[in-house]
Every structure is written in structure tokens, then in C-alpha cells.
Design a protein around this ligand. Structure first.
Ligand code: CMP
Length: 229
């Protein structure tokens, strides 16, 4: 698939016509990066943004005690690296590939021109930054006010509603991240996540399905457990 076809599938550029997509394609360089590689390193200077054409990345930082804190998982069609590009400060986090990935890389000078020419792209970029800020604030609030099991219940509800559809019986078929990735997002240990998930399975809230991480989730029951916390 050519660059224009791949860019057409990116929500940020959805409103653009052929000619506009072609001009972005001409400004972008395509980069293939294998799984588990660092694409962006925290504290490095950065003057370009990445659009994920294929694959998935983890945005993370390290706490003072050396624990990895996962701020977000971003997939195909999403973007990262816009923060340093906009505020001209060093990179705010590490971005690592979770799968073999393909990116379109756009330099500051070209993107700034594009944002000025296409206010609709600026608006979408701002909207996505607002969505991420809300999500980060919500996680921070949960970490400071909830115990680990309730953080996990809230995460599972968000995850199911965002990434899957309910079955006829109201339960959601979803694929969960690994226990370590869940722990790194919820500021806890993998053992605590494994224990909580085992308990949820015993209670029938989670049912393990065939395939790695595949689960049937009773979101309604999780919501009740959250209401009663
Ligand atoms: P930048 O600071 O240039 O490099 C790291 C990138 O990680 C950053 O731009 C954002 O694209 C992304 N990022 C940083 N913090 C968060 C967050 N809290 N949620 C989602 N993405 C983030």
C-alpha cells in the first residue's frame, strides 16, 4: 500500500482531499521499526512527530524508584511526538514499539505549516491531546483514591467499552494486555494484578477464552463493584 492510501486511514487526516494527502505524503518519510525498539527517548531533543501507520507503541516513563509507568498504549492511526514538536521542550516520555511497526515521520517545519493551512487538522490534534489529558488525569485520580482491585475494575470497564462490543448477553469479548503491562499502567506489581484477576475469574466476572489474553468480561458486575467502593 502506498503512503497516500495509508495516510487516508489516519483519523487526523480524514478530512483531507487527494491533493492535500499527496502533499503530506511528500513531506513524510516512512520508517519501519521492529518490535521492542525505542522510537523516542525521554529527555532527547525532538523536532518531528510520528503517525502510526501500522503496529502499536507503549508510551512510558520511569518513577524515581526505577519502576516503569505506562502512560498510554497507542495503535494504528494514532500519533506521538507532537508535544516536543509544539512546545520545543525535550521528549516527555519513552515510546517503544510493542509490535513490528511502520510510521510516517513529519518534521516540525512541515507540520507547523500544515497546521496553519489546515485548521481542521489543528482542531483534531488538540482534541486528541485533550482526550489524553483527561485519561491521564483520570488514571492519576484513581491511583490516588482507589485500591488496586478497584483501579483494575475501572480499567477493565474503560478497556471493554473502548475496544470491544457487548455480546447478546451483555458481556464483552476482549483482549487484555499482559499482567505486567496492566501493572505498569496501574502503578502496582504484576503479582497483585495476577491475584486480582484470579479472584475475578473465581467470581465469574472474567472468563478466560481460548487465545492469549482473550477474556469474556462481565462489565455490569464490575460497574456494580465500582459503585459499592
Ligand atoms: P513527545 O514529548 O514529543 O515525546 C513523547 C510522546 O509521548 C509525547 O510527545 C506524546 O506524543 C506521548 N505522551 C506523553 N505523555 C502522554 C500521555 N500522558 N498520554 C498519552 N501520550 C503521551
Amino acid at each position: 500500500m502506498g503512503m497516500i492510501e495509508m495516510l487516508r486511514k489516519v483519523p487526523l487526516f480524514a478530512e483531507l482531499d487527494e491533493l492535500e494527502l499527496a502533499s503530506i505524503a511528500a513531506l513524510s518519510s516512512s520508517i519501519d521499526i521492529p518490535k521492542k525498539s525505542i522510537v523516542v527517548q525521554e529527555s532527547d531533543p525532538g523536532d518531528s512527530m510520528y503517525v502510526i501507520l501500522d503496529g502499536e507503541v507503549k508510551v512510558s516513563t520511569y518513577s524515581v524508584d526505577g519502576r516503569e509507568v505506562v502512560l498510554a498504549l497507542l495503535g494504528k492511526g494514532s500519533f506521538f511526538g507532537e508535544m516536543s514538536l509544539l512546545d520545543e521542550q525535550p521528549r516527555s516520555a519513552n515510546v517503544t514499539t510493542m509490535q513490528d511497526s511502520k510510521f510516517a515521520n513529519i518534521r516540525r517545519r512541515d507540520l507547523v505549516q500544515l497546521l496553519m493551512d489546515q485548521p481542521v487538522i489543528s482542531l483534531k490534534l488538540l482534541t486528541e491531546i485533550a482526550v489524553r489529558l483527561r485519561k491521564t488525569s483520570r488514571v492519576l485520580e484513581r491511583i490516588s483514591s482507589m485500591d488496586v482491585p478497584h483501579r483494575l475494575y475501572a480499567y477493565l470497564v474503560d478497556h471493554c467499552v473502548r475496544f470491544s462490543q457487548p455480546n447478546q448477553d451483555g458481556r464483552y469479548n476482549t483482549v487484555l494486555p499482559t499482567h505486567q503491562l496492566l501493572a505498569d499502567q496501574l502503578s502496582t506489581s504484576r503479582e497483585t494484578i495476577s491475584r486480582t484477576i484470579s479472584q475475578l475469574k473465581k467470581d465469574g466476572v472474567l472468563v478466560q477464552c481460548e487465545g492469549r489474553g482473550k477474556m469474556l468480561v462481565d462489565v455490569e458486575q464490575l460497574e456494580d463493584m465500582l459503585d459499592n467502593c
